[in-house]
Design a protein around this ligand. Structure first.
Ligand SMILES: [Zn+2]
Length: 342
């Protein structure tokens, strides 16, 4: 029996289950995105709502608490989860009243109305007589006013209530929030563990996909397609980029089609740029190891100033890439400046 969801989670599972009988008011679990950390913390939270758990803390699956959890209607658990993280997990998200009905982007941060909605929950007594749980993710992406309101709840925690926060990047969590929590660092899977698991899931071309996903196996399945290029588009980008400074501007115009998002293109180009910069200083490429030879050749010939100018321009575009702009034109401009600069 176990609550862990993935084979690399033994240590985190043990750390959580060890807390079962002495829960802190605030718990902050942090570690790399794409390693399934939030999902295990959520499983732990659900296991706490079981009234007849096994000796090791795993839920029985039969009691009233377990039934309510399974139906998604347990009154003693609340989610404060960004819209972007709610969607793939089927966690309910209520948009703010002022939400424009035609907005094109999802909210990636926790908003003030979400933490405000907690107040009523926290003023009530536990429905089922046990612990009440607030799950917060991503704790490193909370808007300022929402963070202030969450902090207030954390500072005066109601009886028998535990706040479970999960963050991808601990350095981005407000120190005031951090200091109110027990910290647990969750490790990343080894490359071997990640590959073995991906293959067991029937993933083709697992090596390449894992590398592209920064070594985090669940990022391979990231449903956030805005950050991923379709396979055919990826081939066109690579065919162009591999030409280095000889890439003809005319070809740049046929690399991106109208469906390519700026977020996905900018991320892809920044990774290519990162690999070129690594090769320039004698390191192995991280994101495109299969093109190590081409990358080294281009990097050797590249003018360093031009290369860094180009990398910076990609970075600038990434900063605005959440906004609806003319994506195709901006991508073309980046591609043309690539050949011109390096
Ligand atoms: Zn149960």
């Amino acid at each position: 029996m176990s609550i862990k969801l993935y084979p690399w989670q033994d240590a985190l599972e043990k750390a959580l289950l060890d807390l079962r009988d002495r829960l802190p008011n605030g718990l902050l679990v942090y570690g790399p995105r794409g390693a399934g950390i939030f999902d295990l913390v959520q499983a732990f939270a659900k296991s706490l709502l079981c009234t007849q758990p096994a000796a090791d803390g795993t839920p029985c699956g039969r009691c009233h608490g377990c039934h309510l959890v399974r139906a998604g209607t347990h009154p003693d658990i609340r989610y404060v989860v960004s819209e972007a993280e709610s969607l793939p997990r089927e966690i309910p998200f209520v948009p703010p009243d002022t939400a424009a009905s035609d907005r094109k982007t999802v909210y990636r941060e926790i908003l003030i109305h979400q933490t405000r909605a907690l107040t009523d929950f926290l003023n009530l007594k536990s429905h089922e007589g046990g612990v009440r749980i607030v799950l917060v993710y991503p704790a490193d992406r909370i808007r300022a006013e929402a963070a202030a309101s969450l902090l207030k709840s954390l500072e005066e925690p109601p009886e028998n209530t535990v706040f479970m926060l999960v963050a991808d990047e601990i350095d981005r969590v407000l120190p005031t929030i951090r200091s109110r929590c027990r910290l647990i660092r969750a490790g990343a899977p080894t490359r071997e563990q990640a590959l073995e698991w991906l293959k067991s899931q029937g993933v083709q071309d697992a090596e390449r996909k894992l590398t592209e996903a920064g070594g985090m196996p669940l990022a391979v399945f990231d449903e956030d397609a805005r950050f991923r290029l379709a396979d055919e588009t990826r081939e066109r980008f690579l065919a162009y980029l591999k030409l280095g400074h000889a890439a003809p501007p005319a070809q740049a115009l046929s690399v991106a089609d109208k469906d390519v998002t700026l977020s996905a293109a900018a991320l892809f180009l920044s990774r290519w740029g990162w690999d070129l910069a690594s090769a320039k200083v004698g390191c192995e490429p991280q994101y495109f190891p299969e093109f190590a030879e081409e990358i080294k050749t281009i990097a050797q010939a590249a003018n360093p100033t031009g290369l860094y100018t180009w990398i910076n321009s990609v970075r600038d575009i990434r900063r605005v890439s959440e906004h609806p702009l003319n994506a195709k034109t901006m991508i073309e401009a980046l591609l043309i400046s690539y050949a011109r600069n390096i």
